[in-house]
Design a protein around this ligand. Structure first.
Ligand code: M6R
Length: 609
């Protein structure tokens, strides 16, 4: 979490920093700040709240400069105050922005206090500023001071550093958090992701773990973790500026929900290009997939629910055992590892710390192979994996994951069928049918999107509630979980999900006329069971809101409201039934007036524990 940006140019870079921070706001949005070299001082503007507030303050201040750094924060160490906002400055000479967590900050803080440094914030970052200052004032160059300081830090960081008497240098370093360098003409940049600098350049270098960069206006030099000079490849970003704009939508979440037919067909195109063949997951897959004896999926949040759905597909289609674990739990337990069980990580951002650490742990335990399902190219998790499937959802900016989830499901479905085919369990006829079902998916999703007016009408009834219950069975139980997560995340209504058959083992006690119960009830093998569970709710006065399909044959009655998708789409039904629960959460949040794209206390990329 937290976003950093920096620029060295021959023009005023304050507008670039501000625009960059606005684009990085998804990474954290409780405070923001910039520091620029202005004549004989480093001038800093920081504000609690959104980048827009800091922008106004910077404009009032007349802030200008040709070298500077900026930060948007998601608080970890120290509360949300201006003192804790970045950049942090040491003795007016060194300014630092930082994304990540310094684990040995307490020892370093004590050491620096003993050396005479005073701290004005509770952050771990201020330690970096003082440590760089300590080496810099002892005679090191700015670059060497950053090198000496970072080699003494443990934890994760992406940092940008400027010094008062170095108007021609911007230094950056990366360990465990994303950082790239942008190459311009007579100007260069650093940023947490390419969106921040896209209006200035598309030519970027992704830094590797332990890299340190030295930027001037005319060039960039890098050293690697062994202090050796290194050249890294220059990439031309294909992210479009338009994809980062709201366009006609009111919120990114709304835009991203409506982009799903396109995101899905783009992702399905990859599957069509390769067919259900190992190459879909990378060149090495043909040698790896046939050896597998099972699958272990590791992920967090919404991505974890994608994994839960995949378990049903992998076990039934591929006939392989599959278990799914929350990454943050797995990484701290003595887990049993079968080396022939493929680790599958799922992550929209590709930089979720818990998922990354779980992947490393799985490898330590002896798992031989790892596959990443990811939406962000060149991010850390796919780079640490043997195989990868990139979803083609495009940039997802709303904190609530929507199109990333449904496209992850496509990737996971393709994995299940490919594994099944590799194991001789999927006939040519079945393969053709699966492909056909995928081809029809974007159309079915579009039909589900057309239900929006009815869902909006329901949302009014939820807006005044304090709690909600979501029920599903089988393949649709993870979709109930996802619906509950979406609702709580953006509307702040307490919501829980249960497999409908579990109701009578406890949660039924919660049901009364104040508890709306959302049921995912398509026409699958468990429909009659779900109908019985719904009777149990009705008998206790609970009000039912049922998402069904035309084949489920539900009718409205007193206390039973039904919205139907046009037809049952078989094994891909969980993807179609995700759409209504996303829209329900969105419209309930709108009615309650919450900040849909930036819900309180959250951030898009969770790069801390
Ligand atoms: O980037 P990732 O997919 O690894 O993120 C995992 C979760 O943090 C994420 O899905 C989170 O639960 C979303 N905010 C849910 O909408």
């Amino acid at each position: 979490m937290c976003g950093i940006v920096g620029a060295i140019a021959q023009r005023n870079i304050v507008p670039i920093l501000v625009e960059g921070l606005k684009r990085l706001e998804y990474r954290g949005y409780d405070s923001a700040g910039v520091a620029v070299l202005a004549g004989d001082e480093i001038r800093r503007v920081r504000r609690v709240g959104r980048v827009a507030e800091m922008e106004s303050a910077a404009a009032e201040d007349g802030l200008q400069g040709q070298l500077g750094i900026g930060h948007t924060r998601w608080a970890t160490h120290g509360g949300v105050t201006e003192y804790n906002a970045h950049p942090h400055i040491s003795f007016g000479k060194i300014a630092v922005v930082h994304n990540g967590i310094i684990e040995n900050h307490e020892q370093q803080r004590q050491r620096l206090k003993d050396l005479g440094y005073a701290f004005e914030s509770q952050t771990d970052t201020e330690v970096i500023a003082h440590l760089v200052h300590h080496y810099y004032q002892s005679g090191s160059s700015l670059f060497d001071a950053v090198k000496q300081a970072t080699r003494e830090l443990t934890g994760a960081y992406a940092i940008g550093v400027i010094a008062l008497d170095r108007p021609d240098e911007l230094v950056c370093a990366r360990m465990g958090c994303p950082l790239l360098v942008g190459l311009g003409e007579g100007e260069n940049f650093i940023a947490s992701d390419v969106s921040a600098i896209l209006s200035a350049t598309r030519r970027v270098i992704f830094l590797e773990e332990g890299d340190i960069g030295h930027l001037t206006r005319d060039g960039v030099k890098l050293i690697d973790k062994n202090d050796q000079p290194i050249e890294r490849p220059v990439h031309l970003s294909d992210v479009s500026l338009a994809s980062l704009e709201l366009g006609p939508y009111s919120h990114f979440m709304q835009k991203e929900i409506h982009e799903q037919p396109k995101a899905l067909s783009d992702t399905i195109e990859a599957v069509q290009d390769y067919g259900f063949n190992p190459e879909l997951f990378g060149d090495a897959a043909a040698g790896i997939l046939p050896q597998l004896e099972g699958v272990k999926i590791l992920a967090c949040g919404t991505s974890y629910y994608a994994g839960m759905t995949a378990k049903y597909w992998i076990e039934s289609i591929a006939g392989l055992p599959c278990d799914v674990e929350i990454a943050s739990e797995y990484r701290y337990r003595d887990a049993f590892a079968n080396p022939k069980h493929l680790i599958v990580t799922i992550s929209q951002s590709g930089e979720t710390l818990d998922t990354m650490e779980a992947l490393k742990y799985a490898k330590e335990l002896g798992h031989q192979y790892a596959l990443s399902i990811c939406n962000v190219r060149e991010s850390a998790i796919p780079r640490a994996s043997d195989l990868v499937f990139y979803t083609r959802a495009g940039a997802e900016i709303g904190v609530a994951s929507t199109k990333a989830f449904t496209t992850q499901l496509v990737g996971l479905f393709a994995l299940a069928v490919t594994l099944g085919k590799t194991r001789g369990r999927v006939s040519a006829e079945a393969e053709a049918q699966y492909l056909d079902e995928l081809r029809h998916l974007p159309g079915s999703v579009q039909h589900a999107l057309n239900l929006e007016p009815q869902i909006k009408a329901w949302s009014e009834r939820f807006a005044a509630k304090d709690d909600a219950l979501f029920l599903g069975r089988g393949l649709h139980y993870p979709i109930a979980l996802e619906g509950a997560l979406k609702l709580k995340e953006i509307s702040y209504i307490h919501a829980e999900a249960y497999p409908a058959g579990e109701l009578k083992h406890g949660p039924l006690a919660l049901v009364d006329e104040n508890m709306p119960v959302v049921v995912i009830a398509p026409n699958d093998a468990l429909l009659e069971k779900v109908k019985s569970n719904m009777q149990e709710v009705r008998a206790r006065g609970g009000e039912l809101f049922v998402f069904a399909d035309a084949d489920s044959h539900f009718s409205e009655s007193d206390g039973v409201h039904v919205i139907r998708t046009p037809r049952h789409v078989g094994v891909l039904s969980p993807i179609v039934h995700t759409i209504p629960v996303q829209m329900l959460a969105y419209h309930v949040a709108l009615s309650r007036g919450t900040d849909v794209d930036k819900p309180r206390n959250l951030a898009k990329s969770v790069t801390v524990e």
